[in-house]
Design a binder for this molecule. Structure first.
Ligand code: SAH
Ligand code: MG
Length: 862
């Protein structure tokens, strides 16, 4: 496909030069100036090279590599691009223009056949040379610069090299020496890589073919492709290469240089991965992971998804991502229709498109935003404007920035999956794309990421220890990657839940098999992140679900890809020798410092006394006592807060059961119930079971209970699912009593008025949480009293139940009613219905994850 490079920014530089002769004339003029006497004293990247080459010995004195001219003078290289637009993609093509221009200037410069260098014909006047000598006399010491050697063979590892730059020498001669060629005139320089002002380039020996015929339009470079080096600079590099950050700049006449250690090399490498910039921005390469959800700006730590995506595109030489936000005006703000409905009823009123999300969130726009909702679409193009990826999520957001970040995150998450397994079959890639509302164009996509698979999968692995898999008895779901987990310290009972903000301290060390050598790789005294969003590697998150504040955990893990380890340590040599000579694994130490509850829980604890959750438990206990219930099932039991609290009250309960779809919550519940049941001797409970399953699926083991509870659960499901649960519960499970609680949407104004916001939240966020529609970001809907009454009344009528309404927090008589509204369904006694309902259907859709029996006082995990 043809590359419309010139049109990329809407400017066509060729327009200034209507005929082909004109850019040639301009090129000759520019070259004449670059080799003029006056230019030598200017501060310019190229004049720096000129001055330094005057110190070269013999014939080489004043001889400048042609590659330097093409790389250092932007005006000249732009002219080359006009003569041949392919120069943009392959800057080495500029070499032939440079050499041909020089050949035409035979009066003032000399080129030697078979040599890619240019030299001024007549020496500079001695006055000028003397001036230069004076300027450099104060720096007589040699300079040592760290660089890395990147062999073209992927079997060989990248090695550190030290460039010894003589005070009276030319730095490119030092690089030439490391590349095994006679002098700088045989060295080619890549474009600068990395940040804007970077002097980091790849240097390699010009292949023989380049020397032969530079008069042709195309300089044919041949040789073994250096995949790693080419991947970094986005242009083809042949043979072994040296990556160094060194050169002359616009800032000073002195040589600029910066060390590139192996660590910096590996950091650059991982910054090219979709999750890399997130890990680097958090300084947590071994612990952080790109989160899979963006809930709020105030909960997000590290670079924002949009910035990460933009930087990813720049890194891979793609165009800036194009975001288009769609504004859906809200006509009736007080309504509590679900997002889904709204997206159907509201049309596309306004569509704004801009690159890189710039120019948004102005004061004016904010006021518009408060009355509307946003959806965002992202498109990723190659530099040639070929469409690569398109993502149009359905979700809508109160703020356009949130919509942009979420769409960006979806693209990043998908790319991240691809980078984790670059040999992934297209079908799987397609499947993941569908899930994330992504469309990708395989031909363009694979072209854009052609070199990734050779670079990211071939890092030398070292000897990793195969850790034995463990099965923990009390804890149903421990990641299989975690080994010899040991949690120390008293259980404070303050535990993280999804959406809590956690603060941990941790350290990660590389240890050898017998633990003889232990080397610290990464540590952090205060690392904050949002639980349940995948913001840390999943084994770490799974360990944290089992901890309470104040506890510390110790565990081992298999080695991650080597590039991560080398990017997190500055002792590359020591680590590499450990990795290659010994069997190693990583030891993690983590302490849970504090847990900040999600806004809903913070609010329930601070504004109600006793806290709303406690009031719900007391409400349930009252019904259990009245009804003399002996069996109870808690639908959507979460981390078991109700089951746990019930054990503190004397009741007639003998059997308690919890069902939830969250494995993490269930493992917490199992832990809590286990410790309580095994220490309480006076309990009436004979059996306790936790099931992993959806409460919208039938399972005969949930039938015929005395009492069922479903507290603050239905609003976490889509409305149709909530209705389905109601029908299944009353039609099939048929408990004698079913208690359902859910937030009262009308009460939210009171909660907002109290403006209980996190003091750390920025002012921008404050307006956000005040206009927050729902109490919790996971809520799919919140009903008004009328909506709840209608649902419950119709449901009860359909299934021969009576229903009564009540609530906790606030009061029934004062507006706007209870904070949590409750419906109590009571089964009407039907003559044909036995107490224990006989159900023919013996389907089992739930899985037992934990079970406890008082008979043998033992529990078991499956
Ligand atoms: N009842 C608990 C937890 C409420 S949070 C308490 O009052 O503390 C809501 C819970 O509903 C979460 O644990 C979530 O995992 C669970 N949930 C959501 N959809 C579900 C479904 N379809 N089946 C079972 N549990 C579900
Ligand atoms: Mg809730």
């Amino acid at each position: 496909m043809c590359c419309r490079e010139g049109f990329e920014r809407g400017i066509n530089p060729a327009a200034d030069y209507p005929t082909e002769q004109e850019p040639w004339d301009a090129l000759i003029e520019r070259m004449t100036y670059l080799f003029s006497d006056e230019f030598l004293q200017s501060v310019h990247p190229f004049s720096g090279h000129l001055r330094a080459t005057l110190q070269r010995e013999g014939d080489l004195c004043g001889s400048v590599p042609a590659s330097v001219v093409a790389v250092c003078d932007a005006k000249l290289s732009n002219l080359c691009k006009i003569l041949n637009p392919k120069v943009e993609a392959n800057p080495f093509l500029a070499l032939s223009f440079v050499m041909r221009t020089a050949a035409q200037l035979s009066g003032s410069v000399v080129t030697t056949k078979g040599n890619l260098s240019i030299q001024k014909k007549n020496p500079y006047p001695s006055e000028i040379i003397e001036l230069i000598d004076i300027q450099k006399s104060d720096s007589l010491q040699n300079t040592m610069v760290e660089a890395v050697h990147i062999p073209f063979s992927l079997d060989k590892t990248v090695q550190p090299v030290r460039l010894n730059i003589l005070s009276d020498g030319y730095y490119l001669d030092a690089i030439a020496q490391k590349l095994g060629v006679t002098d700088a005139n045989k060295v080619l320089l890549s474009r600068a890589i990395g940040k804007a002002s970077s002097e980091t380039r790849l240097h390699f020996a010009a292949p023989e073919s380049a020397m032969l015929d530079v008069s042709a339009d195309l300089v044919n470079l041949e040789g073994p492709l250096n995949v790693r080096a080419s991947y970094f600079c986005g242009q083809s590099i042949y043979g072994d290469a040296i990556m160094a950050s060194i050169g002359y700049t616009w800032r000073s006449k002195d040589l600029f240089h910066e060390d590139i250690s192996l660590q910096s090399y590996y950091r650059m490498l991982i910054s090219k991965m979709p999750s890399g910039n997130y890990k680097l921005s958090r300084e947590a390469i071994l612990a952080a992971e790109l989160p899979s959800v963006f809930t709020t700006k105030s909960n997000w730590r590290g670079s924002f998804p949009r910035e990460i995506l933009c930087s990813f595109c720049r890194q891979h030489r793609l165009s800036e991502p194009v975001f288009s936000t769609i504004n859906l005006p809200l006509k009736d703000q007080s309504s509590s229709r679900s997002h889904k409905e709204m997206s159907v009823t509201e049309g596309v009123e306004q569509e704004t498109e801009y690159a890189n999300g710039r120019g948004i969130a102005t004061g004016d726009q904010e006021s518009v935003e408060s009355a509307s909702m946003f959806r965002c679409k992202v498109k990723i193009f190659s530099k040639c404007q070929d469409l690569i990826i398109e993502c149009s999520p359905e979700q809508i957001y109160k703020k356009s920035n949130d919509a942009i970040h979420n769409a960006s995150l979806k693209v990043l998450s998908w790319l991240n999956e691809y980078f984790k397994d670059l040999s992934m079959p297209v079908e799987k890639l397609n499947y993941l794309a569908d899930v994330l509302h992504i469309q990708f164009y395989p031909e363009n996509f694979f072209k854009a990421f052609l070199l990734c698979s050779s670079v990211h999968s071939l890092q030398h692995r070292g000897k990793g220890r195969k850790l034995p898999e463990i099965r923990s008895v009390n804890v149903p779901h421990t990641s299989p990657d975690v080994c010899s987990l040991n949690i120390e310290g008293l259980d404070s009972g303050v535990c993280p839940s999804t959406e809590s903000l956690l603060c941990i301290s941790y350290s990660v060390s590389l240890v050898t098999e017998g633990k003889h050598v232990k080397q610290l790789l990464e540590s952090n005294d205060e690392f904050e992140f949002e639980m349940g969003s995948g913001a840390v590697i999943s084994p770490l998150e799974s360990v944290l679900t089992q901890m309470s504040v104040g506890q510390s955990a110790f565990f081992s893990m298999n080695l991650p890809p080597c590039e991560y380890i080398l990017a997190s340590t500055d002792d590359s040599e020591g680590i590499i020798s450990l990795l290659t000579s010994e069997t190693c694994c990583l030891d993690y130490t983590v302490t849970l410092l504090c847990v900040t509850e999600p806004p809903e829980e913070r609010m329930e604890q601070a504004l109600f006394s006793p806290p709303l959750s406690k009031q719900r438990v007391e409400y349930a206990v009252q019904h259990i006592k009245q009804s003399c219930a002996t069996t109870l099932v808690d639908f959507g039991c979460g981390s078991g807060s109700l089951l746990d609290s019930l054990l503190d009250y004397p009741t007639s309960l003998e059997k308690i059961v919890g069902v939830d779809i969250s494995q993490k919550s269930l493992s917490r519940a199992a832990k809590i119930l286990h410790s309580k049941l095994s220490t309480k001797s006076d309990t009436s409970i004979k059996s306790a079971v936790l099931y992993d399953g959806s409460i919208t699926d039938f399972d005969f083991r949930l039938c015929g209970f005395d009492i069922g509870t479903c507290l603050e659960v239905i609003e976490h499901m889509e409305e149709d699912q909530a209705c389905m649960f109601g029908d299944i519960a009353l039609n099939y499970f048929r408990p004698k009593i079913l208690i359902v609680s859910t937030p009262n949407y009308e009460y939210n104004v009171i909660l907002q008025r109290s403006s209980l916001t996190n003091p750390e939240e920025d002012p921008d966020e404050k307006t956000e949480s005040q206009s927050c529609r729902f109490r919790n970001h996971d809520h799919k809907f919140e009903w008004t009293r009328e909506q709840f009454n209608k649902w419950a009344t119709e449901l009860a009528n359909r299934h021969n139940y009576s229903v009564e309404f009540s609530g906790v927090g606030g009061s029934a008589d004062a507006e706007p009613g209870f904070a949590s509204q409750i419906a109590v369904f009571m089964r009407k006694i039907l003559p044909q219905e036995d107490d224990v309902s006989e159900n023919e259907n013996s389907a089992q859709n739930c899985k037992v994850v934990w079970e406890w029996n008082s008979v043998d006082r033992s529990d078991s995990s499956l």
